[in-house]
Write a protein that binds this ligand. Structure first.
Ligand code: NDP
Length: 421
């Protein structure tokens, strides 16, 4: 059918690319590009050695911080869609390059700047904190600002097709389409019951993960944001196939888009499970300054503490062989249907070792990479189309939900689930 250019070859991209290669009727050609082309070449060799995919795979070197480099690459590869699985720092440069070349854009995480001390960015950020009432470094305003430009160019941008955001947002559109006339509350519960055996490691890019987890929490209630201290709100929940876990309220990007796109929703919260050891390590690292994102001088050289920490921590892509247990990620909805009160939970359970056996990855990369492929396939096949910038809940959820069942993330709907107080 068409050609995809994937930017990035990290943990998530490795899954998405292998899934694109499985879905070779849609992805005839796949170009993998990042700064470290040897990693892209290794993945190409791995897929080709299995001899199961008819997709033609090529690789390229690109620094996605440079719009000019990206434009040159897009012009030479001529993809139908660019799938951005680099870091949120590169969202805007890649969106600019897609716009310049008239090519569709897909990603899995919203924009945040690499240097949060940059005075120009900081001014806009501080204004947004005051106006909107949440202090996370990431928000959708930067990418939603491309709406008119993408519309005019007649191209599609799909934002946030990972698991959360992504599948959780599609679950919400599905719940609204089939189960509710009105959704009142949404609780997104992200549980990782996996154990990798290290005292401390993160399951995806440590820099992005630690920034997210050490930030203030927040939730949406009655039309505005309510902000909390980091980890201030704790609940316990008994997750199907995982068991009882502590979970903490975090700010999360899909709250922002769901508040905009789900009419009349009264409250949206996001909870993630953490063990005590993870939290103690993180607090200690934060207290000693290792989570700082601004450069500091060390022996005559500038280093960014959180990037140095990333170099010390296990590579998330290496956790696959040693992680056992399951993830359970989903959403609890309350609302009304035909005048009656109703509550449901939609969730997926994913087994770390099963993911490793299939693709050599742990379940966090798997649960993000599979939806990244499905969202890209929606655009490639024209199943989801429209000129402009969209979040995934704005489209028909049914074909995406079918895709989840088909490509390895089957889901369950429970009526009358246990609610979170
Ligand atoms: P990794 O750090 O493992 O991989 C990042 C990749 O991006 C690497 O291959 C890196 O390669 C490449 N990259 C980084 N900077 C550049 C650059 N300037 N130019 C070109 N390539 C670059 O991250 P993950 O795979 O864990 O995460 C990927 C994305 O998925 C992130 O944006 C993350 O936030 C998102 N995510 C979304 C989730 C969801 O559910 N929605 C869940 C988990 C992650 P190199 O250094 O060689 O260039």
């Amino acid at each position: 059918m068409g050609k995809v250019l994937v930017i990035g070859c990290g943990g998530v991209a490795q899954v998405a690319i292998q899934k694109c290669a499985q879905n070779d009727a849609v992805f005839n050609e796949i170009c993998i590009a990042s700064r470290t082309v040897s990693k892209c070449d290794d993945l190409k060799k791995k897929i080709e050695a299995q001899g199961k995919s008819r997709s033609k795979i090529t690789t390229a070197k690109v620094n996605a911080d440079s719009v000019d480099e990206l434009i040159a690459l897009i012009k030479s590869v001529k993809p139908d869609v660019v799938l951005n699985l680099a870091l949120p720092y590169q969202d805007l440069t890649i969106m600019d390059a897609c716009l310049a070349c008239g090519v569709h854009y897909v990603d899995s995480a919203n924009y945040e700047p690499e240097d949060t001390e940059d005075p120009e960015w900081r001014k806009i950020y501080e204004k947004r904190c005051k106006e909107q009432g949440f202090t996370a470094y990431f928000d959708y305003s930067w990418q939603w600002a491309y709406q008119e430009k993408y519309k005019k160019a007649g191209i599609t941008a799909i934002l946030g097709t990972g698991f959360d955001p992504g599948v959780t947002s599609v679950f919400t559109a599905y719940a609204l389409k089939h189960y509710f006339d009105q959704i009142d509350t949404i609780d997104i519960l992200d549980c990782n019951g996996g154990d990798h055996g290290y005292p401390f490691a993160t399951n995806f890019n440590p820099e992005i993960n630690l920034r997210e987890v050490s930030a203030n929490g927040s939730y949406w209630e009655n039309g505005h944001w309510v902000e909390t201290k980091p980890m201030e709100i704790k609940r316990e929940y008994n997750f199907e196939q995982v068991g009882m876990k502590d979970m903490y309220l975090l700010h999360h990007e899909e709250i922002e888009s769901l508040a905009k796109n789900i009419p009349g929703v009264k409250r949206i919260r996001f909870f993630m499970t953490f063990g005590q050891s993870y939290l103690t390590h993180m607090k200690c690292l934060e207290n000693v300054g290792m989570l700082r994102t601004d450069p500091v001088m060390f022996e005559g050289k500038e280093i960014v503490p959180i990037q140095f920490l990333k170099a010390l921590l296990p590579d998330p892509a290496s956790l696959g062989p040693r992680t056992v247990g399951k993830t359970n990620i989903g959403c609890i909805y309350t609302g009304t249907k035909d005048g009656k009160k109703r509550s449901i939970k939609i969730y997926n359970v994913c087994d770390h070792q099963e993911c490793y056996k299939e693709l050599g990855s742990q379940a966090i990369s798997y649960t993000t990479g599979v939806p990244a492929m499905i969202g890209t396939a929606m655009v490639m096949t024209g199943t989801w189309k429209g000129a402009g910038v969209f979040n995934v809940e704005e489209f028909d959820p049914d074909p995406y939900m079918e895709g989840l069942n088909k490509w390895g993330l089957p889901w369950v709907v429970d009526e009358n689930p246990v609610l979170v107080d």
